[in-house]
Design a protein around this ligand. Structure first.
Ligand SMILES: C[S@@+](CC[C@H](N)C(=O)[O-])C[C@H]1O[C@@H](n2cnc3c(N)ncnc32)[C@H](O)[C@@H]1O
Length: 213
């Protein structure tokens, strides 16, 4: 059953996001990815909606994605692009890479969906080289208590509809608790999205060094 829904979700994903992309999300992706450098890892790359915004001058570009139907679309997009990118089937909680092997990790609309955000961020820390950055664009828990209450109420049905997506995660705090600090953090909203997945953050987080607080 989950396999069938996975396939349906992947087939409708770009269509579902099309209006939001057109009216602001694509511009945020482009802005975010201006900071990529060196060896780059994207987690949960989905159908590859970020591909248009990667420069072709990167030292290495690896795109991971655990869902086969998503990864098929991702591979097709990579093949149709000028990018020299590797697609690897893997969950973000268990990345098949050595320590310190990337300079930039990219996560867009993924920390809402991974089953274990803490483990994911621990893996991101492990594979990021010293001085590396984590670029994030995520929909998050609302700062308005009223809207957050609705996000909590509707978490379960939305999770089912959104193929594992949680609408109420406080990702800003989770990133900080995982030992990152924000170098840049913008708050915005996902255009045309239902209110429970509208609050959006985008920014760059870097690993805190020991004794930094
Ligand atoms: C909302 S989509 C975002 C796709 C893409 N990053 C984007 O910006 O359009 C969430 C993605 O997270 C992926 N995902 C689910 N579980 C995951 C996990 N454990 N590790 C990494 N990615 C995961 C899904 O397969 C899906 O491609």
């Amino acid at each position: 059953m989950m396999g069938l829904y996975d396939a349906l979700f992947a087939s409708q994903y770009d269509r579902f996001l099309a209006l939001a992309e057109r009216d602001g999300l694509a511009a945020r992706r482009e802005e975010l990815l201006k900071s990529v450098r060196g060896r780059v890892l994207e987690i949960g790359a989905g159908t590859g909606l970020n591909l248009d915004y990667y420069p072709d001058s990167l030292e290495r570009l690896v795109l991971t994605e655990p869902s086969e139907p998503m990864a098929r679309r991702l591979k097709d997009r990579v093949a149709a692009s000028a990018l020299d990118a590797e697609v690897v089937i893997a969950p973000a909680e268990k990345l098949p890479f050595e320590d310190d092997s990337f300079d930039t990790v990219v996560s867009t609309l993924v920390l809402c969906t991974v089953p274990d955000p803490e483990e994911t961020l621990a893996e991101v820390r492990r594979v990021l080289a010293p001085g590396g950055s984590l670029l994030l664009m995520e929909h998050v828990r609302s700062e308005s208590p009223d809207r957050a209450k609705w996000q909590d109420r509707l978490e379960k049905p939305w999770r089912w509809y959104g193929n594992g997506c949680r609408c109420n995660r406080d990702t800003v705090s989770t990133v900080e608790s995982a030992g990152f600090r924000w170098d840049e953090l913008q708050h915005g909203s996902v255009p045309h999205a239902p209110p429970i997945i509208r609050p959006l953050i985008a920014g760059r987080a870097v690993m805190m060094i020991q004794n930094e607080s």
